[in-house]
Design a protein around this ligand. Structure first.
Ligand SMILES: Cc1cc2nc3c(=O)[nH]c(=O)nc-3n(C[C@H](O)[C@H](O)[C@H](O)COP(=O)(O)OP(=O)(O)OC[C@H]3O[C@@H](n4cnc5c(N)ncnc54)[C@H](O)[C@@H]3O)c2cc1C
Length: 480
């Protein structure tokens, strides 16, 4: 039996990001991925929201993604575009980039970091004891790990095997989605409205056509066939356009569910394994990425014995409410999709409200992820919020805050007097910054004299002239 500190089941966006975070922290991790090749993913998610772009910037890899995608104002609610271009962020926009490209680029970085990915291998079961987890592989020798993380999607075998509940709202409708070739291309590419909803076709960058069709009723739980797609095309467009060569054909629903616990002993869940919802609002991949960045450094500190196991409970405490909120806004947006007169009136009323600045900023903060605050107690408004990417002057010259986070290590920034931290775990940087401190949604806040920034870019402690609370914050987050 091969032993690893951490085994990750699933090498989608969440699993890959988590593997990278653990590797940056020096933890021995292996990813078990059922797909034989990274290419075998459909276009799926259409892009990233602003906070995810910042997270990639924190690791020094954002330019790879920006180079291949297209920046645009993508945050929206109830059909209203929420322009966040006035938010104080270097990335006050979204990025249109298909998931298959996102995974390829992320996978390239993961490979550079030397992460081992066992492709074409499937996690089939698990048994945990006080010291670790035996991870059963279909047709292979088992693995032994101190911790197993299920990043294996909405049907997560790890979640099921760990006996973690997945509760929420049952699906009411479904969509067919496919990437195909057509013998005759449509003359008119405009979306078609049917009683079931909106249907559309668009050309992908490889020349294939992405088809999205709303189904009249909730489709069966079985995988759809090319004949199902033909019939659906004829229903909407009156022709199947000679559809052939489908690479990806799938059905998704508006099922809205969340894991009742993100941790059961030595088993943790992240990404779609922990939460699913309809794709309206484009949140799923973003949530998974940020789950990974929240969990990575905590799990690393636990397996390196820097912090006690209890640190892992802050993962559930912080990330569960975030996904619960996303599930709620997604359900609300699903409800606003109705075409009856009452729903239309409600949608129009919401659009009127969103024309005002404060509601636009609030929901812009929610949908972009830039307004997120973890509940780390009362205090300065920065506490629990993302650290802004300020331009600092340091002894090493000018530096952006996010450059200091590239190695996923905690940073203590001091703007008044130097401070002695009796630990090499936290990098202390004496910096000068004379600009304003402005946060998305909140606006300008009082300038702190020091801030402790976690590896995920969230502020764990704020100094306002004194060092009161710093020793506690250091030991809470980075070990005694
Ligand atoms: C049509 C559509 C549009 C979407 N649009 C957006 C959008 O615009 N923005 C957005 O943020 N999100 C969007 N999403 C959601 C997004 O695709 C998911 O949230 C995202 O893929 C979740 O990533 P993940 O890594 O958690 O899970 P997944 O991407 O599902 O990856 C799970 C991985 O686990 C592997 N696996 C499963 N079982 C096993 C096993 N037993 N052993 C080993 N490996 C296993 C799978 O092969 C897969 O690679 C959309 C989804 C759909 C369907």
């Amino acid at each position: 039996m091969t032993e690893h500190a951490v085994v990750i089941s699933g090498g989608g966006p969440t699993g890959l990001m988590l593997a990278a975070e653990l590797t940056l922290a020096g933890v021995d991790v292996v990813v078990v991925e059922r797909r034989t090749s990274q290419d075998l993913v459909g276009s799926r998610a259409g892009g990233l929201h602003a906070r995810s772009i910042e997270v990639l910037d924190q690791r020094g890899i954002v330019d790879r993604f920006l180079a291949e995608g297209r920046t645009a104002q993508v945050a929206g609610f109830g059909g209203v575009r929420l322009d966040i271009s006035d938010f104080p962020s270097r990335h006050n926009y979204g990025l249109a980039l298909w998931q298959k490209h996102f995974e390829r680029i992320l996978g390239g970085w993961v490979e550079e970091l030397g992460v081992r990915v066992l492709r074409g291998t499937e996690v089939a079961g698990l048994t945990q004891d006080g010291a670790g987890v035996d991870v059963e592989l279909a047709g292979g020798r088992p693995l032994r790990a101190e911790y197993l993380v299920g990043c294996d999607g909405s049907r997560s075998p790890v979640r099921r095997a760990a006996g973690i509940g997945f509760t929420g709202v049952d699906p009411t409708r479904s969509w067919l989605i496919a990437e195909v070739e057509l013998t005759e291309e449509p003359v008119d590419w405009a979306a078609r409205h049917t009683a079931a909803g909106i249907n559309g076709m668009s050309k992908l960058d490889d020349g294939r056509i992405r088809v999205l069709i709303s189904e009249d009723t909730l489709g069966p739980a079985t995988d759809p066939t090319i004949d199902d797609l033909r019939a659906a095309l004829i229903d909407v467009w009156g022709t199947d356009y000679g559809v052939h060569s489908h690479g990806w054909l799938s059905r998704f629903t508006d099922a809205t569910r969340q894991a009742t616990a993100y941790r059961a002993g030595r088993v943790l869940l992240a990404g779609d394994a922990a939460h699913v919802h309809a794709p309206i609002g484009g949140q799923g991949l973003n949530l998974g990425l940020q789950d990974a960045v929240n969990l990575g450094w905590k799990l690393a500190q636990v397996v390196t014995r820097t912090s006690p196991e209890g640190l892992l409970d802050t993962y559930h405490a912080e990330r569960h409410p975030v996904a619960a909120h996303v599930l709620r806004t997604t359900l609300a947006q699903s409800a606003l999709r109705g075409t009856d007169d009452r729903t239309k009136a409600l949608t129009e009323s919401i659009a009127e409200v969103l024309a005002f600045d404060e509601p636009r900023r609030y929901l812009g903060g929610v949908m972009s992820g830039l307004g997120l605050r973890y509940d780390l107690g009362a205090g300065h408004p920065l506490l629990g919020r993302r650290m802004p990417d300020l331009d600092l002057t340091t002894a090493d010259g000018p530096l952006r805050v996010y450059e200091l986070l590239h190695q996923a290590r905690p940073v203590l920034l001091t703007f008044d007097e130097p401070v002695d931290v009796p630990s090499s775990r936290v990098r202390v940087v004496e910096a000068e910054y004379n600009g304003i401190w402005e946060l998305p949604v909140l606006g300008v806040v009082d300038a702190p004299t020091a801030v402790l920034v976690r590896p995920d870019g969230y502020v764990a402690w704020v100094g306002t002239g004194t060092r009161e609370g710093l020793p506690d914050a250091l030991s809470t987050w980075f070990g005694a």
